[in-house]
Write a protein of this length. Structure first.
Length: 169
């Protein structure tokens, strides 16, 4: 951290010396020579840190950037996986809650898109319910969650008649 104050001090000193020397001289060739010299000296001070860079620093910095990008990709994949799990669980819980309001016990599996922000694209529902309950719940899933009825797969059984209802739409 000592480098930055030293660098700023060098820039300030060279600038001040150049300005003072230039102001002490009257117009003429000598004044122009002092201005050009102080400008070149200032340029050298500005560029000095570039000359001090060693090749191994650049190589090490490049490796750190590559490693950081790798970690970012891993973190992003973890984030997307956790987000997908949360969206899936929330959607499944919502369907189960709405089915519970209708007096239906089900199992639900929700399918999600592979986009950056996953959205429900389909579902598989298994349970004991009547055709009317299935239609009511199917419309609710379509309207409230946005899963089209053709992407809803049902393994529904009517307890009263003990036979399978239409399993796919």
């Amino acid at each position: 951290m000592k480098l930055l104050p030293s660098y700023l001090l060098s820039l300030t000193a060279v600038t001040m010396i150049g300005v003072i020397a230039s102001n002490l001289l009257k117009k003429g060739l000598l004044k122009q020579l002092v201005q050009i010299s102080s400008g070149l000296l200032l340029l050298l001070v500005v560029l000095r840190p570039i000359y001090r860079i060693e090749p191994q620093w650049i190589e090490r910095y490049s490796e750190e950037l590559i490693q950081r990008e790798s970690h970012e990709q891993e973190y992003l994949a973890l984030y997307r996986r956790k987000l997908s799990e949360q969206v899936r669980k929330t959607t499944e819980d919502y369907i189960l809650n709405e089915a519970g309001k209708l007096g239906i016990k089900l199992t639900v599996t929700v399918e999600l898109s592979e986009e950056e922000f996953p959205i429900p694209t389909g579902c598989e529902i298994t349970g004991s319910l009547t055709r009317e309950q299935q239609q009511t719940l199917s419309i609710l899933i379509r309207d409230q969650i946005g899963i089209p009825q053709e992407k809803q797969r049902w393994q529904a059984y009517d307890e009263t008649t003990a036979h399978a209802i239409q399993s796919d739409r």
